[in-house]
Ligand binder design. Sequence first.
Ligand SMILES: Cc1ncc(COP(=O)(O)O)c(C=O)c1O
Length: 385
Amino acid sequence: MTNQQKPIKQYLMIPGPTPIPTRILAAMNHEMIGHRGPIFSKILGEVIEGLKWAYQTKNDVLVYPCSGTGAMEAAIVNTLSPGDKIVMINIGSFGERWTKIARAYGANVIDIKVERGKAADPRAVEEELAKHKDAKAVSMQQNETSTGVINDVEALAKVARKVLPDALILVDAVSGLLAKDLKTDAWDLDVVCSGSQKAFMVPPGVAAITMSPRAWKAYESSKMPKFYWDAKQQKKFADKGQVFTTPPESIIFGMHEAIKMIKEEGMENIFARHEKNKVIVRTGLKAIGCKLLADDACASPAVTAIFPPDGVDAEKVRSEIRSQFGVELAPGQSELKGKIFRIGHLGYVDQMELIATIAALELLFNRLGAKVEIGKGVKAALEKI
Ligand SMILES: Cc1ncc(COP(=O)(O)O)c(C=O)c1O
């Protein structure tokens, strides 16, 4: 028995871009305005203030027209010089990407590669850092989207600060900011990256970094080449309520509305919503016998990585759930390609969409030959709502 009807509704269950609320879409549906004029300046100023709120920081926040990778590159080129040692905690393919960026600019990368599906252990990191007292920076993912693992940034930053008091702490919070608490100032984080297309519920196109006074000091001696990413250039324009280049205005209008929405909801409620999404997905999938890549202790509130039942191909799950039910799931990346699929549950994702996804997986697994009790995962997940 197969569903012959072409799905007309898309369930976008990937970890970014996330679905966009109508309020944000409506705010983006706006004519272009002068990006060097007062109306744009006011809007951008409010977006930056809102980002500071989300980052829990008084540090500068610089907005770049780019995706999250641009923010990662900006973090490196604005703080380091070729040959500088950076210890990079690498728990997945985005950690890997950051090592490639740093190497591309000539940094001396010490790659702490952690087994996929695990978070970095602060004690192991402390031991490793002690061997590299000359490191200028330490980097880490808050949320590793490729494995569905969340790092304990507070604990990792604490050991980094203890062992290397003057080193910069760089954090990729592209998929974690607002999904889980991240206190930029209280945890003494120097550069933190984010992107519009994740928990902000806005389309891709804007990314941001924070710059602490320590990061600005490093900027002054940093010799990596930079133009588009030059933080001082960006700050000069930000101080006038502008972006250095022509900004993606529609995305900025969307961010402006998103900031209003997330402030109305409140940070604690946003964290709780993501935590609940995690529990719903994990409970439902475990109930139907799926193995999850990450343990409960380090499971991400933003995305879950799942092994399909024995004998079922992960990529087939993705293509069939799309064609039969209109559900879009994310693939495995790097060494996990073809082995897992991922459900995104961050941003504008509703609990009932998660239930629908679990229901679709139950039906699909049976259709693909795995014996799964229909309704078992849905029931277990519903009991968590
Ligand atoms: C943790 C993390 N870092 C960095 C990125 C890169 O962002 P982008 O694809 O927007 O360049 C992503 C994208 O999914 C991510 O999840």
